[in-house]
Write a protein that binds this ligand. Structure first.
Ligand code: ZN
Length: 197
């Protein structure tokens, strides 16, 4: 079932999501929620989805960056962003550790801020420890784009949106992004937007 994507302004997107117990995680209800979140993320399509985005204030997110999504992107973008395929993964009660805090800024979007994009600085490398959908401990170390996806989704579980972290002058509709900014290098763009390096 495709779930409704809650948009910025919905109170649930600003709440601290609560942790799940093992028992809750294994319940039919939460297992169904996970499968609906996967379907909703793929339908959007998106590379991650957190439970608050579909109206549940639970510390639960799914991520996936499929090879076919990458195939649709220019090679320059993939290289520049350090983008690589991410298998479907369920993150329950995740904890984030920053491994390399060096900030990297790239355009980021969010299914809950539909139709917009902005430059968002993120740490270069992170580790996330969580339970998977069966309640088994997993640990993921990621850098580049996959590290960005993890930071974005875990932010949702704390009631944080990329809007809180973005470089405000870079905020743009997707349409204008394609029209004016997409073809430019980051250096050109920073100069034109009068952004600090
Ligand atoms: Zn988001």
């Amino acid at each position: 079932m495709i779930l409704k994507l809650y948009q910025a302004g919905e109170p649930v997107l600003r709440q601290q999501a609560r942790l799940l117990s093992l028992e809750e995680l294994r319940s039919e209800e939460v297992q169904l929620l996970i499968s609906c979140m996967r379907e909703t993320m793929r339908d959007a399509p998106g590379v991650g989805l957190a439970a608050p985005q579909v109206g549940y204030s639970l510390a639960l997110a799914v991520i996936e960056d499929r090879p076919e999504y990458l195939a649709a992107q220019p090679q320059r973008d993939i290289t520049e962003r350090g983008r690589s395929p991410v298998p479907f993964q369920v993150l329950v009660n995740p904890r984030l550790t920053v491994l390399d805090p060096t900030p990297q800024s790239f355009f980021e979007g969010c299914l809950s801020v539909s139709g917009f994009t902005a430059l968002v600085p993120r740490a270069s490398a992170v580790r996330v420890e969580a339970w998977n959908e069966r309640g088994e401990e997993i640990s993921i170390e990621a850098k580049g784009w996959p590290a960005r996806i993890l930071q974005h989704e875990l932010d949702h579980l704390r009631g944080t949106l990329y809007l809180d972290r973005m470089e405000p002058r870079s905020f743009s509709s997707q349409q204008n992004h394609l029209r004016y900014w997409r073809a430019k290098t980051l250096a050109e763009l920073r100069a034109e937007l009068s952004l600090e390096d």
